[in-house]
Design a protein around this ligand. Structure first.
Ligand SMILES: Nc1ncnc2c1ncn2[C@@H]1O[C@H](COP(=O)(O)OP(=O)(O)OP(=O)(O)O)[C@@H](O)[C@H]1O
Ligand SMILES: [Mg+2]
Length: 329
């Protein structure tokens, strides 16, 4: 059997992370992550291969969870001089131990281009006639995917249930989610993170089009902390840089290296986020996986090494030994 054939062994996606009861960790399930609570101050973020779009799970892409975990870890290192982050340790290719923080109920969305396909995207809102985005007013006649005259910071409330909502600065401060000085700091930090991300992506032949940051407060010091994930192809849009101009000129879609690749496929099937989503065919899953890997490899300049073997077993084993060492320390 040739090596090529071996490499084509079926990839089994990680649907969920199950831990034996005896480990005694409470589980909370997000759309993508299985979160395990370790005492008062630590949580384990286990990224599965579940892919969410339109606020629901729409499919599974093998190795996605590992890529999200490892890329986040990479970006946390690259941005820790701008703001402290929650990362303690990657304890398994799919699992990061993080400092538990008081979550700030905002998603800080930062955008450099007019794009998107969901109702909260600036392109859809622009098409609906909206011109005011935060403090920025856009001119008429802009095309999809065009670069914006200014970087827009567009905070959205992180809804406990249902769709997230756009909010003005005044509404956010009046709602008491953050103080006005904290708001200003979050905007400043988001801009600095985004500038760093754009530069590094550019050097890797990619455009960081937009992204979302989540912040928390350190439970001991109350300091602001970058939490969740950062600059992953789930929380961000990436396009290929060298084909950008030509595609924009020709009115073509961009060459997409993030979750939007699958989201757009759903949109092309006529799906708008209502009811059950169409089943994503194998060739789209394969291509999505290849694109996630491409993004990882371009950015980190290293070969992606998929974790092989029985992931469910290994994750449980890695968590078990991490817990044992932690208590031994
Ligand atoms: N350091 C942290 N402290 C507390 N909560 C965190 C921290 N980092 C991430 N989280 C939360 O953990 C969850 C991660 O799960 P996941 O990414 O699957 O959620 P999601 O699909 O984005 O959104 P939802 O929270 O609506 O399920 C998110 O709710 C995120 O806000
Ligand atoms: Mg998330």
């Amino acid at each position: 059997m040739s090596n090529e054939f071996v490499n084509q062994a079926p990839l089994i996606p990680l649907q969920s992370i199950e831990l034996p009861d005896e480990l005694g960790l409470k589980k909370e399930q997000g759309k993508v992550r299985d979160v395990f609570i370790v005492g008062e101050d630590i949580i384990l973020l286990g990224a599965t291969d579940r892919l969410s779009a339109f606020d629901r799970q729409v499919g599974l892409v093998p190795n996605r969870g590992q890529i999200l975990t490892e890329l986040s870890a990479w970006w946390f290192e690259k941005t820790k001089d701008i703001i402290p982050n929650h990362m303690l340790e990657v304890i398994d290719p799919n699992v990061m131990a993080v400092k538990k923080c008081e979550r700030i109920g905002l998603e800080m969305i930062v955008r450099a281009h007019l794009t998107g396909s969901t109702s909260t995207s600036n392109w859809k809102r622009y098409q609906d006639g909206i011109r005011q985005f935060g403090l920025v007013t856009l001119p008429d006649g802009m095309k999809k995917n065009e670069i914006l005259p200014y970087i827009i910071v567009d905070p959205t409330t992180k809804a406990a249930v249902g769709h997230d909502e756009n909010m003005s600065q005044e509404e956010i401060i009046n709602s008491g989610i953050v103080s006005s000085s904290e708001y200003d700091r979050l905007v400043g930090i988001s801009r600095a993170l985004f500038a760093r991300g754009r530069r590094i992506a550019d050097e890797a032949g990619l455009i960081l089009v937009d992204t979302k940051y989540e912040f928390g407060r350190d439970l001991e010091t109350n300091e602001l902390v970058l939490i969740d994930e950062v600059h992953t192809p789930d929380s961000s849009r990436y396009w290929k840089k060298d084909t950008y101009d030509e595609r924009l000129r020709n009115g073509q879609e961009q060459d997409i290296y993030d979750k939007e690749f699958v989201r757009l496929w759903l949109v092309y099937q006529g799906y708008k986020g209502e009811g059950p989503s169409p089943v994503i065919p194998d060739d789209i899953v394969t291509e999505a996986r290849a694109r996630y890997i491409y993004t990882y490899e371009q950015l980190t300049r290293s070969k992606f090494a998929p974790a092989l073997g029985d992931r469910k077993q290994e994750i449980a084993a890695n968590i078990r030994s991490w817990l044992a060492n932690k208590h031994g320390r």
